[in-house]
Design a protein around this ligand. Structure first.
Ligand SMILES: [Zn+2]
Length: 289
């Protein structure tokens, strides 16, 4: 395991670190992007404040919550009420575009490179921005997919049409009973394909993406850049710790951490690391200059 974790804020100034990262991107053979919630926050996907008020003020008044996450945990009494909320949540956070073009700008930075993306985000922003589907590994699911709540199989189901219907036909924060999504195989309720408990379904697409990710890692052992964007400490074992370990194992690797408020790395890989404390969208704009 790693020893002391240090913040690097004090060691390099912002513009020097940007220059170092720019150079690393230019000189590297391959880039592995590891993205967490902070990247979508930077793209304007915030779950409270104005965005909440705009789409969910009605729900907030009725149930007493003030942000979209809390709304997701609310114990709705009926499926009609629950799906009124969730269909709207999925519509707003999966099918509407991100308010700011941060993902598009990130793509312009890496599109001519060998790249691969691993992300814990479930909002589909990479694909919407035009990232190659074959270079993406969504580890925690996708708001755009349903699965059986049992689950009776490892199938997932595209939900766009179901979600749009539920949004359009809901009244007084309830959907009509006939729109409650049911598993086509066993008739039990469908649920979101999100890794929130042990019932999460890893479908064929998930396994193919996982295999492609590991192939990519195995196929690039020279100059490689692990570019971590907005990854927090909810599930550090998926992106952050493996990135640290792979950097420690490869003297030609660079680890970059761009994070608003938490740009840190272990002392063991300090020489190979670039840590930038700042808004990811602004950092990407600097890198594109
Ligand atoms: Zn089923």
């Amino acid at each position: 395991m790693f020893g002391r974790i240090s913040t690097m804020k004090s060691t390099g100034n912002y513009s020097d670190e940007i220059k170092r990262l720019k150079k690393a991107i230019e000189e590297t053979d391959a880039i592995v992007i590891g993205a967490g919630a902070g990247l979508s926050t930077s793209a304007g996907f915030v779950y409270n404040g104005e965005r909440f008020e705009k789409h969910f003020s009605e729900f907030g008044k009725k149930y007493g919550f003030k942000d979209m996450y809390s709304g997701g945990f609310y114990p709705y009494e009926t499926p009609e009420e629950m799906w009124a909320y969730w269909s709207k949540f999925i519509f707003v956070n999966r099918y509407m575009d991100a308010p700011k073009p941060v993902y598009e700008h990130l793509l312009s930075l890496v599109k001519d490179k060998e790249y691969f993306v691993i992300t814990t985000n479930v909002d589909h922003c990479f694909q919407k921005a035009g990232f190659d589907k074959k270079r993406l590994f969504y580890t925690q699911g996708d708001y755009g997919l349903f699965q059986c709540s049992e689950p009776c199989s490892d199938e997932t189901y595209e939900n766009e049409e179901m979600v749009r219907n539920m949004v359009e036909r809901q009244k007084d924060m309830k959907i009509p009973k006939d729109l409650i999504p049911k598993c086509p195989k066993c008739g039990k309720p469908l649920t979101m394909n999100l890794r929130s408990d042990e019932k999460f379904v890893e479908d064929a697409g998930w396994h193919e993406a996982a295999a492609r990710y590991h192939d990519f890692l195995n196929g690039h052992d020279g100059k490689i850049l692990y570019l971590e964007l907005g990854v927090g400490y909810n599930t550090p074992g998926i992106i952050k710790y493996p990135f640290w370990q792979m950097t420690a194992d490869n003297p030609d690797a660079t680890y970059a951490c761009v994070n608003f408020g938490e740009a840190v790395c272990p002392d063991d890989i300090r020489e190979q690391a670039v840590c930038i404390d700042g808004d990811i969208g602004m950092v990407i704009d600097e890198l594109r200059k």
